[in-house]
Design a protein around this ligand. Structure first.
Ligand code: TXA
Ligand code: MG
Length: 302
């Protein structure tokens, strides 16, 4: 399977593969034609940069340039894992099509045996956005990928359900201070412990990481965020108005909430509900921040 995937990538094809966060839609990061097709399949605007995946932390200096010490420190601490580091791009290894023409590149070493085997066998960087149609809920199983992208993908590698369930944390290390562009699988508390100080968060306002558009990660149903105390009364109220209401169960363990978030949103969509009621976890600098962030964006979608 890995061998076939590598052949497809070398020939400019597109391979969906599992990672610990969500499934990725991969293409050769150095092949402009393959990247153009990747953006077309995903339905993603050309100027939205994608993350380039690598097998080893040492590739940070092959794909990026002028990589600061703080990036090496973070890579050592969290790779393989759900962290993406934005560094200056090395033009010979990463085509501008991968980064929306930017001279920076987001790099990540995923923590999944299948992804790592694929990356190791391929050798170079694999550009991979989440393997969903643009703006939709990210896929955490191979079935989700097939439901979204069907025959437009040359190969879908099934590596089981993603263990983390929300996307990587993105940290920009191109300025003097590291900045969090997207909260995700590595909590800000853990980042701060390595950096030695709390990090600035810049996840809204001017679009630093274009995928962090407010209306993102959205199911078909309208998502409404509520307090646990009013959940059932709000559900009754909406049902009395004739609406089909789905309640997103909120596991008490935030890691479990993250792991099942996207699958549950998809299930509720499949049931055809009009409204999904969700109780977001507290944004306490742990994984709850990522779950709360995705739910906020889903709720802002319309
Ligand atoms: O966990 C993940 O990060 C997953 C798996 C497949 O690795 N990937 C993922 O990719 O979520 P995607 O394309 O759905 O989101 C990538 C995000 C976007 O918000 C994009 O704007 C940001 O990364 N990004 C990528 N390169 C960037 C760069 N050079 N500067 C700023 N933001 C960047
Ligand atoms: Mg995405």
């Amino acid at each position: 399977m890995i061998e076939r995937a590598v052949e497809i990538l070398r020939a400019g094809g597109i391979v969906a593969f599992p990672t610990e966060t969500v499934y990725g839609l991969g293409a050769d990061a150095a092949n402009p034609d393959a990247l153009r097709r990747l953006f077309a399949v995903k339905g993603r605007p050309r100027d939205h940069p994608v993350i380039v995946h690598a097998a080893r932390a040492a590739q940070l200096d092959e794909l990026g340039r002028d990589v600061p010490a703080v990036a090496h420190g973070l890579g050592e601490a969290f790779w393989p894992g759900p962290l993406t580091l934005v560094v200056a791009r090395r033009g010979d290894r990463v085509a501008p099509e991968a980064t929306g023409g930017r001279d920076t590149v987001g790099i990540r070493v995923p923590d999944h045996p299948v992804a790592l085997a694929l990356l190791e066998a391929f050798g170079g960087g694999i550009a991979a956005p989440s393997a969903n149609r643009f703006g939709r809920v990210s896929p955490t199983t191979a079935a989700h990928v097939r439901a979204d992208l069907g025959d437009n993908v040359d190969l879908v590698i099934d590596g089981g359900p993603s263990a983390v369930g929300v996307e990587s944390t993105i940290v920009d290390v191109t300025a003097s201070e590291p900045v969090v562009l997207r909260v995700g699988g590595v909590s800000e508390l853990r980042l701060a412990a390595v950096v030695g100080a709390p990090l600035t968060r810049r996840t809204s306002g001017e679009i630093a990481a274009p995928g962090t558009l407010v209306a993102h990660y959205s199911p078909n149903a309208r998502v409404e965020l509520v307090d646990a105390a009013v959940l059932s009364s709000r559900a009754d109220e909406l049902r009395a108005r004739g609406m089909a209401v789905g309640v997103l169960d909120a596991p008490s363990e935030v890691a479990e909430y993250a792991r099942f978030l996207y699958a549950r949103l998809r299930e509720l969509d499949e049931r055809g509900v009009d409204v999904i009621l969700a109780v977001p976890p507290a944004d306490n600098g742990d994984l709850g921040a990522a779950v709360a962030d995705r739910l906020r964006r889903a709720a802002a979608a319309r």
